[in-house]
Design a binder for this molecule. Structure first.
Ligand code: SF4
Length: 351
């Protein structure tokens, strides 16, 4: 395999340091970033304002490697699910979701996942490896291209939001995910506002503690899914390591920290966690923190026996939280005609 470094792995700061090894000024890194992210030029020969001799140096030592789209499905509501393939043959899912406020991409951070949440089709595949930051950037660029060329058929169309919520636990791949976010947020890079970027964790307390030190206004989402330890232990093995008490205390510290912001609690609506009693417990649990709740109607999958809560229950749950002063919304459902549950497309394709 080629031993060249992928330029998509570099934040601007890291690329400036790298270019300094060739006695190049920081300006060189900004030029390269502009070609890649503003002009979407991935061929060194076309980077016309870089001296020919230095383009040769770049060609010898670096590459710009995008994943390929192995398979994709576009649903009737224009949700796009793509299976992207990296140079070692590994596949992950990346999804384009369309909202009235913009177009969002859901990026995977690992091939497989260690966390083993019981309701999750992605969790059935044990973690194979972390994704590099450039592999997350690659998912973004590939979906942005599909949006321009196939969905909107407009070169000016572009992704406005990004969630790191696909396969994998982002804080189990902390450094690469943070570099990815910095590339998204960089004015010479993709230039996406930090508040349009969200990272979703199943509750790795060390990760939350680390994240609160970052001077980034990126949103933090917590996959909560249960209002008490007994139920959460059954649904999410991570709860054996970090109890709800520890998790909530880390969230409170994050809320109160200099860089802290409101969190979003993700809560999948299953039969077993959607009773009114669960809603009451949830209010008590999260009341000390600053956050709102995103209720996600469950997509049933054949890989497990979890049942989706009825619409009546979902509405009653939301209404109760709102009445108690906790803002709760029900997430729009995407592409139910295209194996929309996380991990499902990959599982089916592999079969
Ligand atoms: S829900 Fe997220 S953290 Fe849990 S197993 Fe699935 S991918 Fe991993």
């Amino acid at each position: 395999m080629e031993n060249k470094k992928n330029l998509l792995d570099f934040t601007l700061e890291k690329l400036e340091q790298e270019m300094a090894l060739y006695n190049q000024k920081p300006f060189r890194a900004r030029q390269i970033f502009t070609w890649i992210y503003k002009k979407r030029v991935f061929d060194f020969d076309k980077m016309s304002d870089i001296a020919l001799s230095f383009r040769e140096v770049l060609k010898e030592n670096y590459s710009i490697v995008l994943p390929t789209v192995e398979y994709k499905k576009i649903s009737v509501d224009n949700t796009v699910k793509a299976l992207v393939k990296f140079s070692d043959g590994q596949l992950v899912e990346t999804v384009l979701m369309r909202y009235n406020y913009g177009d969002s991409v859901c990026v995977s951070s690992q091939v497989g996942c260690l966390m083993g949440c019981k309701f999750c089709a992605s969790g059935l595949l044990k973690k194979i490896r972390n994704l590099q930051s450039g592999e997350m950037v690659g998912q973004f660029l590939v979906i942005d291209e599909i949006l321009k060329k196939e969905v909107e058929k407009d070169e000016n169309a572009h992704l406005t939001h990004c969630v790191v919520m696909g396969t994998g636990e982002p804080f189990d791949n902390y450094d690469n995910v943070l570099d990815f976010v910095k590339i998204l947020n960089c004015p010479y890079g993709i230039d996406m506002g930090a508040r349009h970027i969200s990272i979703s964790t199943c509750g790795l307390v060390e990760g939350i503690k680390r994240f609160k030190q970052e001077k980034l206004q990126v949103n933090l989402a917590i996959s909560l899914h249960a209002p008490n330890d007994e139920l959460r232990d059954k649904l999410m093995p991570i709860n054996h390591k970090y109890s709800l008490k520890e998790l909530i205390s880390a969230i409170k510290e994050y809320n109160d920290s200099e860089n802290g912001r409101r969190v979003t609690y993700e809560y999948i609506m299953l039969e077993e966690n959607s009773t009114l009693d669960c809603a009451k417990q949830l209010v008590e649990l999260i009341k000390p923190t600053f956050g709102y709740v995103n209720l996600i109607p469950y997509n049933e999958v054949c890989e497990n026996s979890f049942k989706r809560a009825s619409n009546n229950r979902i509405f009653a749950f939301r209404d109760y939280l709102n009445e108690m002063g906790i803002k709760a919304t029900i997430r729009k459902e995407f592409g139910s005609d295209i194996d929309a549950a996380c991990g499902q497309l990959r599982a089916r394709y592999k079969k």
